[in-house]
Every structure is written in structure tokens, then in C-alpha cells.
Design a protein around this ligand. Structure first.
Ligand code: DQA
Length: 160
């Protein structure tokens, strides 16, 4: 089983970005922790962070089994069974991102470090969540590990 872990804009800044909101764990540290959980679960995790929306959409298309556009990184060129996605600010705005995920039927779990429902009004709405298998928010870096464990259990239960 292959799971893609996709992070959106500004999440490359984790560790130093607004640590009172997002903590001091870097994205590389989060990915290392998720990779450890993936190997304990016996699944393959592939990782990417995107500051350009079209690049993320191209990666989602390829992960959903469509022909890869030029420039799509090698780890996204094989189909994935599901994705964990922290879309950052695109969460609140990007119907194009939701359309990409639903357009290739890629099951996904929405992840946020902070609890977006207790933040500024403009962050209290997700345009993605209606298409998500689940949502983990407010649990910091641990949320990615929980989301991985949850989606793998769900996919395995459906296959059994
Ligand atoms: C975030 C929440 C978003 O509102 C924000 O734009 C981010 C990070 C989170 O992980 O809490 O970039 O997705």
C-alpha cells in the first residue's frame, strides 16, 4: 500500500514559522516520524511539499493514476492508495484542489497542525473536508501519524 503525504504552501517553514501556532517541529522531522510509522504499518509513504498550486494538482493527478505531467517528481508517478494532505491556506479557498482529488478518486485525510475551527473566522471553513475520508486537526505534528494509522486501517478493513 502506498500513501502520499502532501503539504501545501508555507509548510516548508515549519520549525520557525509562527511556533506558537504550529510548534517547533520541522517538516523534515514530521516526515521522518511518518516514515517510521509507515514502516511499522508495512506501507510505503511518499512525501512532497508544494508552494505552487498547479504542481500539487499535477502530483495528485499522477497519484490518481493519470499520465504524469512533465515535472512531476518520481515518487508521485506511481498510483497511491490514499493521501494525507495539509493544504495550508488552500484548504480554505481551493475548489481546484478538491476537484483534483475527487477527479481522480484519490481517498484522502485532511490534516492540520492547528485546530482551524478555533482560529480566525476565515480559517473555520474547509472546502476540502466534504470530500475527505477524515479530518485530523489541532494535534500538531502527531496528527499526521494518527491520520496515517487511521487511513491504513480503513483501507485494510475495506479490502478484508
Ligand atoms: C494549517 C492551517 C491553515 O489555516 C494555514 O494556512 C496553514 C497551516 C495548519 O496546519 O494548521 O498554512 O493548515
Amino acid at each position: 500500500m502506498r500513501i502520499a503525504v502532501l503539504n501545501g504552501p508555507n509548510l516548508n517553514l515549519l520549525g520557525t514559522r509562527e511556533p506558537e501556532l504550529y510548534g517547533t517541529t520541522t517538516l523534515a522531522e514530521i516526515e521522518a516520524r511518518v516514515a517510521t510509522v509507515a514502516s511499522e504499518l508495512g506501507v510505503t509513504a511518499v512525501f512532497g511539499q508544494f508552494n505552487h498550486e498547479g504542481d500539487l494538482i499535477d502530483a495528485i493527478h499522477a497519484l490518481g493514476g493519470r499520465p504524469a505531467a512533465p515535472g512531476v517528481a518520481p515518487q508521485f508517478r506511481d498510483r497511491a492508495d490514499a493521501a494525507l494532505i495539509n493544504a495550508g491556506a488552500w484548504t480554505h479557498t481551493s475548489l481546484a484542489l478538491r476537484d483534483a482529488l475527487t477527479g481522480v478518486s484519490l481517498p484522502f485525510v485532511e490534516v492540520h497542525l492547528s485546530n482551524i475551527y478555533t482560529r480566525e473566522p476565515e480559517r473555520r471553513h474547509s472546502v476540502l473536508v466534504s470530500a475527505a475520508r477524515g479530518l485530523v486537526c489541532g494535534l500538531g505534528a502527531t496528527g499526521y501519524e494518527l491520520a496515517l494509522t487511521g487511513i491504513v486501517a480503513q483501507l485494510r478493513a475495506k479490502r478484508a
